[in-house]
Design a protein around this ligand. Structure first.
Ligand code: NDP
Ligand code: BG6
Length: 508
């Protein structure tokens, strides 16, 4: 199916998927809601998916008279065994209030576990029977019958699982309703495999039923980017090549692959972080103003940015691998997989020609941080010659401790006329005391229930993002591009800082 067809709002052939629901993302729907977590025995399910469902439940978004949650995986365990496994991830180690403990127990009672394989109908028929029973029991609740399948699974089984869902588990209610499928990253390993996967899943589900999740799109300050850019007069005239010298989008973790070496080694840092999380952030920083906030309008603009990215130049890439990475027994001794990368992307359009977008990500570095750093050009005709004038920077810290701050030059307080760099600081912890910032997965699951695809990756977006990185990734896979060693706990290879400097970044 041609991707441009999705520019038009469509009705799902499986029920009353309202275009308005997708536009506004807040049309309340009632009726039975079945949430199925496939891969319920896994890491993501216990650490992120079930806790996000619990938080939604506690906030009243998953009313017990409508909702039932199903865990599905091959592991043979009972309902209670799954509940026991999950309990530890829902209750903090210390200081849980009696109310919280009571809520946890009530939530756990909503969960039923079904065991079965990912490629045979028996398990999925059983799952369908359980869901149908739940729907029958909730028949007294008027409204739609909704089925949400969350694939917390390795991508190798997505096609067979989607086929089983389509064959055995679609919503069958005469009153309408829907079936939606959430798929996790990594969605493919390169352009060809991603397109193959998209085609296979596309034969089974329509685009409005597929939610390709990128949890960075659920982060508070990533969601704030559109508001910041398009609701503030400050930024409108400045956000372009005339004023901005360079943009950095940075992800650092202060731990290594931590037991995920086997998975990580097949993907590497570019596929794990840059091609998806950082590139999505880049789109929101660089895109033009969308016609409206409708998901299709926003995603149209993101695709335009991606399609304007020039081929990556060899001299604008630095790769690294931390010392000790290969000590993990699941990592091959000769692994060429980068755990660190700095890659410069250049956007060939009127707004951004000549401005380097520096994407940097690394494991086992000196800190855990994700931020966007927009550095402005020097002020022309400087008259404050007494001290080197620093550059203006606008920094958006996505995590930890969400904040936005502007670095600016002010007069040093005192008798002398000298300048100093200072900050206008909007730290969320101080400004919004008492406000709990929701977890990314919480928001995104809620969006799926509401039918709002704004914060999910469309097929053409995915394709364009793989197009950017595939040539480089193939060369790394073939061993043509070698990562440089760096010490765990460091800033990464020194060559990355040299590249930053060459690209025009000035430490202020
Ligand atoms: P796991 O390796 O924990 O796998 C999840 C479940 O899938 C397992 O419990 C197992 O269940 C089943 N499974 C594992 N390997 C296979 C296999 N080769 N064939 C069939 N089934 C298998 O994965 P995660 O939970 O870590 O990740 C799930 C998805 O989410 C992946 O796509 C991952 O990339 C993505 N993701 C994970 C993150 C994380 O923090 N863990 C973060 C972001 C994305 P059983 O044997 O019981 O059937
Ligand atoms: C995941 C990556 O997508 O994002 C992990 O697979 C990484 O390697 C994680 O640790 C980081 O997420 P966050 O939200 O902690 O920045």
């Amino acid at each position: 199916m041609g991707t441009s067809e999705w520019h038009i709002e469509r009705r799902s052939s499986f029920g009353t998927e309202s275009p308005l629901a997708r536009e506004a993302g807040n049309v309340p729907e009632t009726g039975s809601l079945s949430i199925v977590v496939l891969g319920a025995s896994g890491d993501l399910a216990k650490k992120k998916t079930f806790p996000a469902l619990f938080h939604l439940y506690r906030q009243g978004f998953l009313p017990a008279d409508e909702v039932h949650i199903f865990g599905y995986a091959r592991t043979k365990i009972s309902d209670d065994e799954l509940r026991n496994r999950l309990r530890g991830y829902l209750v903090p180690n210390k200081g849980a209030s009696p109310q919280l403990l009571e809520d946890v127990e009530k939530f756990l009672q909503l969960i039923k576990y079904v065991s079965g394989s990912y490629d045979s109908e028996d398990g999925f028929r059983l799952l369908d029977k359980e869901i149908s029973e739940h729907e029958y029991l909730k028949k007294s609740v008027e409204g739609l019958s909704r089925r949400l399948f969350y694939l917390a699974l390795p991508p190798s089984v997505y096609p067979s699982v989607c086929k089983m869902i389509k064959t055995c588990c679609m919503n069958k209610s005469d009153l309408g309703g829907w079936t939606r499928v959430v798929v996790e990253k990594p969605f493919g390993k390169d352009l060809e495999s991603a397109e193959e996967l998209s085609t296979e899943i596309g034969k089974l589900f329509e685009e409005p039923q597929i939610y390709r999740i990128d949890h960075y799109l659920g982060k508070e300050l990533v969601q704030n980017l559109l508001v910041l850019r398009f609701a503030n007069r400050f930024f409108l005239p400045l956000w372009n090549r005339d004023n901005i010298d360079n943009v950095q989008i940075v992800f650092r973790e202060d731990f290594g692959t931590d037991g995920r070496g086997g998975y990580f080694d097949q993907y590497g840092i570019i596929r794990d972080i840059i091609q998806n999380h950082l590139l999505q952030v880049l789109c929101l920083v660089a895109m033009e103003k969308p016609v409206s906030l409708r998901p299709e309008h926003i995603r149209d603009e993101k695709v335009k940015v991606l399609e304007s990215v020039l081929p990556i130049r060899d001299d604008e890439v630095v790769l690294g691998q931390y010392e000790g990475y290969k000590d993990d027994p699941t990592v091959p001794d000769k692994s060429n997989t980068p755990t660190f990368a700095t890659v410069i992307l250049r956007i060939h359009n009127e707004r951004w020609e000549g401005v380097p977008f520096i994407l940097k990500a690394g494991k086992a570095l000196n800190s855990r941080k994700a931020e966007i750093r927009v550095q402005f050009k020097d002020v022309p005709g400087d008259i404050f010659k007494c001290k080197k004038q620093g550059r203006n920077e606008f920094v958006i810290r996505l995590q930890p401790l969400e904040a936005m701050y502007m670095k600016l030059t002010v007069k040093q307080p005192g008798l002398e006329m000298s300048t100093v760099q200072s900050e206008l600081d909007l730290s969320y912890g101080q400004r919004y005391q008492g406000v709990t910032i929701p977890e990314a997965y919480e928001r995104l699951i809620l969006d799926t229930i509401k039918g709002d695809q704004q914060h999910f990756v469309r097929r053409d977006e995915l394709k364009a993002s793989w197009q950017i990185f595939t040539p480089l990734l193939h060369r790394i896979d073939e061993g043509e591009f070698k990562p440089l060693p760096y010490k765990p706990g460091s800033r990464g290879p020194a060559e990355a800082d040299q590249l930053l400097e060459k690209a025009g970044y000035v430490q202020t």
